[in-house]
Design a protein around this ligand. Structure first.
Ligand SMILES: NC(=O)c1ccc[n+]([C@@H]2O[C@H](COP(=O)([O-])OP(=O)(O)OC[C@H]3O[C@@H](n4cnc5c(N)ncnc54)[C@H](O)[C@@H]3O)[C@@H](O)[C@H]2O)c1
Length: 277
């Protein structure tokens, strides 16, 4: 019998930590857009004794994601998927943030719903940024329910309406949470589960790049005001992912787990204000 397959999309800081934490004993399918990074990570984890294969993917391209999902399903039952691929406002302009973070996640949810095994589970990495905006109900409805291939035609996502990469990132991450909730009933038809995790500021290549940017001071102010007063580690996210993918979480689906050291709690309790940041 084939071993269970775990697909990790994104071989960056979080993807690597999740693969190492829960990849043993299964066939790991590692996927990323950056071929050099993907092959280096796959060689490293194989060298450590994991059973891993690599598959290049562009999450904003449906055919590419479908090929990844089909390849994974051919290797054995796809019992888990962790979607960690993404770009940040410092790394990419508005159009790429929307294509990768918003559209890409919607595509992953659909293509993996197609191949997820009975009783399997998925996790999508959103962001605490998705908890920071206050969007009108009609806009949230549209983000949750618009057919995936029409998402980027929504008027409020047009280049005229959305000109700031930070705002695009927040709306994309809110969309991730909403689409996970909307997808849960469909995943449930196979007794499969799907949830999101919203990390705070995490020490990965992406997190460090953001900290070194013009928004770094605002991010450090958030950490100072937060309950835990520290950066998150990739292992903090691997721990939460392990919990949500485990059968012991079998009653948890369609929800978002905030793993931010208390930044959003500081905002909601009034200890922190975004005004002027
Ligand atoms: N690091 C943080 O502080 C932080 C905070 C909140 C949320 N997040 C989110 O967590 C997730 C993981 O981020 P990370 O910190 O591990 O970043 P990372 O930059 O270390 O890894 C992200 C990976 O995604 C890959 N990628 C980018 N575009 C892709 C595409 N089109 N197709 C396939 N792969 C692609 C990159 O090559 C990279 O390996 C992202 O969705 C990010 O938005 C990160």
């Amino acid at each position: 019998m084939s071993k269970a397959v775990l697909v990790i999309i994104g071989s960056g800081g979080m993807g690597a930590a999740i693969a190492r934490r829960i990849g043993y004993g299964r066939t790991l399918v590692l996927a990323d857009f950056d071929e050099a990074k993907l092959e280096t990570f796959t060689a490293s984890i194989r060298g450590d004794g994991y059973d891993a294969v690599s598959h290049r993917v562009n999450v904003s391209d449906r055919a590419s994601v479908a090929s990844l999902a089909d390849t994974a399903a051919m290797l054995g039952p796809v019992t888990g998927v962790a979607h960690t691929a993404g770009v940040s406002p410092q790394q990419a302009p508005v159009s790429a943030v929307l294509a990768v973070d918003l559209l890409g996640t919607a595509i992953v949810l659909e293509e993996f719903e197609r191949v997820i095994a009975e009783g399997g589970a998925g996790v999508v990495i959103s962001s605490m940024g998705g908890h920071m905006g206050a969007y009108p109900a009609e806009l949230e409805q549209a983000l949750a329910n618009t057919p995936t291939d029409e998402l980027l035609s929504l008027p409020f996502l047009s280049p005229e309406a959305l000109t700031n990469a930070g705002a695009a990132y927040s709306i994309a991450k809110r969309a991730n949470q909403l689409r996970v909730t909307a997808a849960a009933p469909k995943w449930g038809e196979k007794e499969a589960r799907i949830n999101s995790i919203s990390p705070g500021i995490i020490s990965t290549p992406m997190g460090q790049l953001e900290l070194a940017s013009a928004t770094g001071d605002a991010m450090r102010a958030m950490l100072d005001a937060s309950a835990m007063k520290r950066l998150g580690t990739p292992e903090d996210i691997a721990n939460a992912t392990e919990f949500l993918l485990d059968p012991r979480s079998s009653f948890i689906t369609g929800t978002d787990l905030l793993v931010d050291g208390g930044v959003i709690a500081a905002l909601k309790s009034g200890r922190l204000s975004l005004a002027g940041m």
